[in-house]
Design a protein around this ligand. Structure first.
Ligand SMILES: C[S@@+](CC[C@H](N)C(=O)[O-])C[C@H]1O[C@@H](n2cnc3c(N)ncnc32)[C@H](O)[C@@H]1O
Length: 266
């Protein structure tokens, strides 16, 4: 499992929070008692959920102790219970019957997550909601370039093995899973034209973005010299693929959203 660097991830807190706000806006639950955030990371999104539902018990679950430390530090009022665990195996009923299960920008790291969704839906209280967002950018130029460049490094075969197959489904796949499990699906996709580094402070803005996420498994295994050579090679290719405009570096980013609402429980 990749290690996470909260500081690098937080450099883009605004761009990363916006899809979560779009997801939250489609959750039709007025007053959940128990809300779980699977893969809560540094807690920024979880605390936004805590603002929306101040009376709910919130539980943030993540496998990264680094991210959880940041989350707990940020949560000065102690509004959320932060728990270390793997979302694939965690007992989602352990904190009371959940009314809302959220998972934002995490399931792309969880192979086989479509098989977990029915179990999560089953655990919900009546009129409960499951809501997820995942990047749908596996075939974007940035990711194709990462794969190509990694394969061409001296340890290319090993690096290629660390780059995941894409576990993210198309929107229809999530709608099918939600409906088959008895939930009402609300599924959509949005491509945000993200503008990176409008202030012209970074040499390689797209590289800085992917260092916070997609490159984590590779940077975990490369020694400093290998990482330096790899990043230098990658930087040039990403700069060519994403040229700077006068107002910043346009970096399109597709995201897939799926919300499932269950009915009343007997
Ligand atoms: C891109 S971050 C998203 C964090 C947060 N949800 C947000 O919206 O900013 C992905 C998070 O998923 C966590 N993660 C990845 N696989 C996980 C797993 N199997 N179980 C628990 N957490 C996982 C990582 O530790 C990381 O904090």
């Amino acid at each position: 499992m990749a290690t996470w660097d909260p500081t690098q991830y937080e450099r883009y807190a605004d761009l990363r929070t916006r899809p979560f706000l779009d997801l939250l806006a489609r959750i039709p639950h007025p007053d959940p008692r128990v809300v779980l955030d699977l893969g809560c990371g540094n807690g920024i999104a979880t605390l936004v959920a805590a603002d929306r539902w101040p009376d709910a018990t919130l539980v943030g679950i993540d496998s990264s102790a680094n991210m959880l430390r940041k989350a707990a530090y940020r949560d000065t009022a102690g509004r959320v219970r932060w728990v270390e665990g793997d979302v694939a195996t965690v007992d989602v009923g352990a904190y009371g019957t959940p009314d809302v299960i959220l998972t934002n920008a995490t399931l792309q790291w969880v192979p086989g997550h479509l098989d977990l969704i029915p179990r999560w839906l089953e655990s919900l209280a009546g009129s409960g909601v499951f809501a997820m967002q995942v990047p749908g950018n596996f075939d974007a130029p940035s990711h194709r370039i990462i794969r190509e460049t990694a394969r061409e490094q001296p340890r290319g075969a090993e690096l290629a093995g660390l780059l995941r197959a894409d576990p993210v489904a198309e929107p229809r796949g999530y709608a099918d899973v939600l409906a088959a499990a008895g939930a009402r699906p609300d599924v959509w996709e949005t491509t945000y034209l993200q503008l990176l580094d409008a202030a012209r402070e970074q040499e390689h803005p797209v590289l800085e973005w992917v260092k916070g996420t997609a490159l984590r498994p590779l940077l975990d295994v490369l020694d400093p010299d290998e990482a330096h050579a790899f990043l230098a090679d990658l930087a040039g290719r990403l700069d060519l693929a994403y040229p700077r405009a006068a107002y910043g570096v346009p970096f399109p980013f597709r995201r897939i959203f799926a919300v499932g609402v269950v009915g009343e429980r007997p």
